[in-house]
Design a protein around this ligand. Structure first.
Ligand SMILES: [Zn+2]
Length: 501
């Protein structure tokens, strides 16, 4: 029996809002699409929570034995400043402000994004397509929508006709928005507007003469609207109907609603079986936002260099912290919570190091009650994760397991109280859920602390050598350190600092 048959995944589908049993489009396979970053800025923690959540989803499906194709895009054009299809392209604007080529902006922030993903041990997707690499396909689908009477061209721009679409389909099926109410609220269209209805959205925008990012199209030079890229890239790589589409809660409307309308309009098929949305981050109970001054960049969090932080926290501590709450609830950042997470993570991480070293000698006098307890804990790991990816309860089970591991280590309980299979199964589950499913590994900065400590010891020895006028030894320490990439810097008062290449 496959693990995924034994522990079928149940997930809360944002489409309908009910918990459903996951049934893949193709048996034994998962097609997963997640809206990736718009690369004009440093990735912030709210986005990291989303990418971490879907890292967990893809890891767990893989752990259960599914073949996973995970597609996460890079938005490198077409994301306008507001959802009303007005304003400047975010990437073009950044390029103009910093006097860079747009592709310089894209490359810089894409690399920064990948580095942050690596720090948090968020695995790369199977395919990471970019919007600019799929302009031809975007033009094709826009043409198809025009042919079907669901889109119209005005002055070189093309808009999706929501009212027409809503005659035979349901715009609002995901977000619960009602077209009539959307039409009533806010600003009315004026004669300047190109849209027929205020709920319509851009599929293609005409490029003004000074706009840098532009492509030829049947409607003249222009660039794609934001929503169309995800429809193109998800269905191109995963099929016209695929399993799971994810993203942050803030993307549900209008972005994901528009994705559904575009795909249904073009193919007549429902594009996605299950929609998953992760909730947002708050800081000391307030929404995290740049304007409130309470949003952190990952590097500020690691260094502790931020007015709201008492100290720095390692990426694995932050990862553990984020996994302590369910993805569908808000998660509040505070010093207290992070400090507590640091302690908690250390416990699990220590037990991980311990259990890896423990081995069963092969024979023993099994205690059935203990074996039942250990087997039950293993079973609970799976059942909790299969219950809508409940990482919080999974961590609670790992804590119980870590107490058992410490009992084995101290000799309070003999490993031989269970048979070899039972022990091995218990050990594999602990290691597997920590490392493969939750992606928790030892904090790298522990090694950094050790390294810094060792260098300081050498600096003190060199100081002593100089005081003793043993310059040969003091030079040797300096040169040998330099050879391995540690540069000592003599400062005032004989103080020495250092840099590591
Ligand atoms: Zn998207």
């Amino acid at each position: 029996m496959k693990l995924y048959d034994k522990y079928p995944v149940r997930l809360t589908n944002s489409l309908g809002g009910k918990k459903e049993i996951f049934e893949p489009v193709h048996p034994g396979r998962l097609g997963l699409y997640v809206c990736g970053p718009t690369v004009y800025n440093d990735v912030h923690l709210g986005n990291i929570r989303t990418f971490m959540m879907f890292d967990i989803v893809s890891r767990y499906f893989r752990f259960l034995g599914y073949r996973v194709r995970y597609v996460r895009n890079i938005t490198d054009v077409g994301h306008l400043e507001n959802d009303a299809d007005e304003g400047e392209d975010k990437i073009a604007k950044k390029a103009r402000l910093e006097q860079l080529e747009p592709m310089e902006v894209v490359k810089h922030y894409t690399e920064g994004f990948h580095e942050v993903m690596r720090q948090f041990n968020i695995l790369p997707p199977s395919i990471e397509p970019s919007a600019t690499g799929h302009i031809v396909e975007q033009i094709e689908i826009v043409q198809k929508l025009i042919e079907k009477g669901l889109a119209y061209e005005v002055n070189g721009s093309v808009y999706f006709d929501v009212i027409r679409y809503n005659e035979n389909h349901h715009y609002g099926i995901l977000s619960g928005r009602v077209v009539e109410e959307l039409m009533e609220s806010g600003r009315k269209l004026d004669s300047q507007d190109e849209k027929r209805n205020k709920v319509d959205f851009a599929l293609w925008k005409k490029a003004s003469p000074y706009h840098i990012m532009r492509w030829q199209s049947p409607w003249g030079d222009g660039f794609p609207g934001w929503h169309i890229e995800c429809t193109v890239m998800s269905t191109k790589y995963l099929g016209e109907t695929f399993d799971i589409h994810g993203g942050g809660m803030d993307l549900k409307f209008p972005h994901h609603e528009c994705e559904i309308a575009q795909a249904v309009g073009a193919t007549g098929k429902t594009p996605v079986k299950y929609w998953l949305h992760s909730n947002m981050l708050t800081v000391n109970g307030q929404k995290m936002s740049k304007s409130l001054g309470n949003s952190f960049l990952p590097r500020e969090l690691f260094s502790g260099n931020h007015p709201l932080l008492e100290k720095g926290y390692g990426p694995m501590t932050v990862r553990f912290f984020m996994l302590q709450s369910h993805y569908s609830s808000t998660l509040d950042f505070s010093n207290e919570a992070l400090s507590a997470a640091e302690k908690g993570f250390k416990k699990l991480s220590n037990a991980l190091g311990t259990v890896k070293k423990l081995a069963h000698p092969g024979e023993g006098t099994p205690d059935k009650e203990l074996a039942d307890t250990l087997n039950k804990l293993v079973d609970e790991l799976y059942s909790n994760m299969s219950d809508d990816f409940n990482t919080a309860r999974t961590l609670a089970v790992l804590f119980e397991m870590s107490a058992r591991i410490n009992d084995f280590k101290s000799g309070n309980v003999l490993i031989t109280s269970v048979d070899q299979d039972c022990f091995q199964n218990f050990k594999n589950a602990y290691v597997g859920f920590m490392e493969e499913v939750l992606g928790l590994k030892e904090e790298e900065e522990h090694n950094q602390e050790l390294l810094n400590g060792l260098i300081k010891v050498l600096i003190e020895l060199r100081k002593k050598a100089r005081q003793d006028r043993n310059f040969a030894l003091s030079d040797k320490i300096r040169d040998d350190l330099k050879a391995i990439g540690v540069q000592l810097m003599d400062g005032k008062d004989g103080e020495m600092g250092f840099t590591i290449d």
